[in-house]
Design a protein around this ligand. Structure first.
Ligand code: NAD
Length: 499
């Protein structure tokens, strides 16, 4: 194996390497694949590095090393395993700005957004450190003299497949907890933002994680399919678009694997006339435009109930004041820019009203970057493509209706179910909305209702394939298997049907 000489080689950035390594058996290993892709800085269009589209043989090598390493790691008591994550948290805090810089570079997020994504990732590391308090089994005398005991074991080698939009935070939803549970983890990051995954390997090594427990295998569809099929990989956490979530779920379950696949979103915000205008408007704008709209929790459809013109005016003013390149970063690629622009162009032609056109708001940005300002499409019928498709950019579609009941019907009819929110001053409206919204994560006057740890993250409907949430208590069950032991030590208890 050709390895990169030192773990410091990337120095929290990719400027120094022309080809990004995989991480196999604890080493940075250059792929021999003839297939590579340029990783572009979305702010300039310039090449940061090249990512290999690894071969199945390279995945096999990583899995082989992981299987070997996991045999020992799985035997380490959980109280000792989590020590790595106490140290990892400190390392993240010590290198926060350098890590934020990597995310900023490869993904285009602003530095503040990058730091915020790390803060949320650190929360997941903290949760993993509490595993000894959460993972204890259960013992009960189920019959006189007969004791039943539940013991949890790691699964072995598990994998994560992640999207471009949160290159460090989404891996951190899975990696710390799955490894603290005693597994070895193989990460296949997005080929558009693959650098953070390699940086994470350096920090895990510094934190004392044994070689082979965290591996990175770069690639595209071919390697994802190989992960789904691999007999030694026991479980897969996937986060990405619904189309791919569905494929990964079908293929992995056919191979008798556990899979929890989070998909895309079309999140509705319902605004009723008694909402606090300033709070609602600021919140809505932050939700639509944060991370240039490339969040699965971003507001995408505003359902305006009755006369909320005062709030809509504020939303429009605040969105118009956002300067791409200063307040929001670029979107991920030229393809994404063209897709988003296409929705705006077609909306204009299809009878909806384009009240803010982000295509015209990029004068302060690099011309080679993939920038687009916030846009608003108003008066869209609920069936309009801009009210139904995941646009994944800073675009707000406004759908109008007369009653909260109609607004709920519009929200409920959307096939996704990641997040939904209401802006209201009424407890009664908030309660009705909470009961009726068809989404796994709902907000009351909160536009990005991410449930913070220990509450688990996960959507409903077409936003998730497979059972359960990706973080929290349910994730511990997902990354572990349980054995039930029934024992009797004394021959004297013969008085019931069991003994
Ligand atoms: P994507 O589905 O294109 O890619 C996700 C992963 O799947 C990547 O690692 C990619 O290499 C791989 N992949 C892509 N096409 C594939 C194929 N045909 N077969 C097998 N693997 C394939 O998603 P993306 O564009 O990177 O990320 C944006 C999407 O992710 C949005 O839909 C967004 O809503 C979603 N997302 C969801 C959540 C959530 O928690 N629900 C969180 C973040 C992002």
């Amino acid at each position: 194996m050709e390895t990169q000489s030192s773990f410091e080689a990337l120095r929290f950035g990719a400027e120094h390497v022309s080809h990004l390594p995989n991480v196999v058996g604890g080493e940075l290993v250059l792929s021999k694949s003839p297939r590579n892709l340029a990783v572009l800085d979305p702010a300039t269009g310039k090449t940061l590095t090249n990512v290999p589209l690894s071969t199945k043989g390279e995945l096999d090598q990583a899995v082989k090393a992981a299987v070997k390493a996991q045999k020992e790691w799985g035997q380490v008591p959980v109280k000792d395993r989590v020590q790595v994550f106490f140290k990892l948290k400190q390392l993240f805090e010590a290198h926060l700005d350098a890590l934020a810089e990597v995310i900023h570079k490869e993904n285009g997020k602003t530095m503040d957004e990058s730091r915020a994504s790390l803060a949320r990732g650190i929360e997941c590391i903290e949760y993993a450190t509490s595993l000894p308090q959460l993972v204890g089994g259960q013992t009960l005398e189920v019959s006189r003299g007969v004791e039943c005991k539940l013991i949890r074991y790691p699964l072995g080698v598990v994998a994560g497949i992640t999207p471009f939009n949160f290159p460090m935070m989404v891996p951190l939803w899975m990696v710390p907890l799955a490894i603290a549970c005693g597994n070895a983890f193989i990460l296949k990051p997005s080929e558009q933002t693959p650098i953070s995954a390699v940086e994470l390997s350096k920090l895990l090594k510094l934190a004392g994680l044994p070689a082979g427990i965290y591996s990175v295998v770069h690639g595209d569809r071919e390697i994802v399919e190989a992960i789904c099929d691999h007999p030694e990989i026991k479980a897969i956490g996937f986060v990405g678009s619904s189309k791919v979530a569905k494929l990964v779920h079908q293929r992995s379950t056919a191979a008798n694997k556990r899979v929890r696949a989070l998909g895309g979103a079309k999140n509705h915000l319902i605004v009723v006339p008694d909402a606090d205008p300033e709070m609602a408007a600021s919140n809505i704008v932050a939700s639509v435009t944060g991370c240039a709209g490339q969040r699965c929790m971003a507001a995408s459809v505003l359902v305006a109930v009755g006369n909320v013109e005062n709030i809509l005016t504020k939303v429009r003013e605040k969105m118009a004041a956002i300067v791409p390149g200063r307040d929001i970063g670029p979107v991920i690629s030229r393809g994404a820019l063209e897709r988003i622009s296409g929705y705006i162009e077609r909306a204009e032609k299809s009878g909806a009203k384009l009240v803010l056109d982000g295509r015209k708001n990029t004068s302060q940005c690099s011309k080679d970057g993939y920038y687009i300002g916030p846009s608003i499409i108003d008066n869209a019928p609920p069936s309009h493509e801009s009210a139904c498709d995941e646009i994944f950019g800073p675009v707000l579609t406004i759908v109008r209706c007369d009653t909260l009941e109609q607004a709920l019907q519009i929200e409920n009819a959307n096939p996704y179910g990641n997040a939904a929110a209401i802006y209201t001053g009424s407890g009664e409206a908030a309660q009705l909305f909470t009961e009726r919204a068809s989404a796994g994560m709902v907000g009351i006057n909160v536009g990005v209702p991410v449930p913070r740890e220990p509450f688990a993250f996960g959507g409903w409907n077409d936003s998730r394939y497979g059972e359960g949430d990706i973080t929290g208590l349910g994730a511990i069950d997902f990354w572990m298997q349980s054995k039930k032991v029934t024992a009797k030590w004394s021959a004297s208890h013969k008085s019931n049907w069991m003994s």
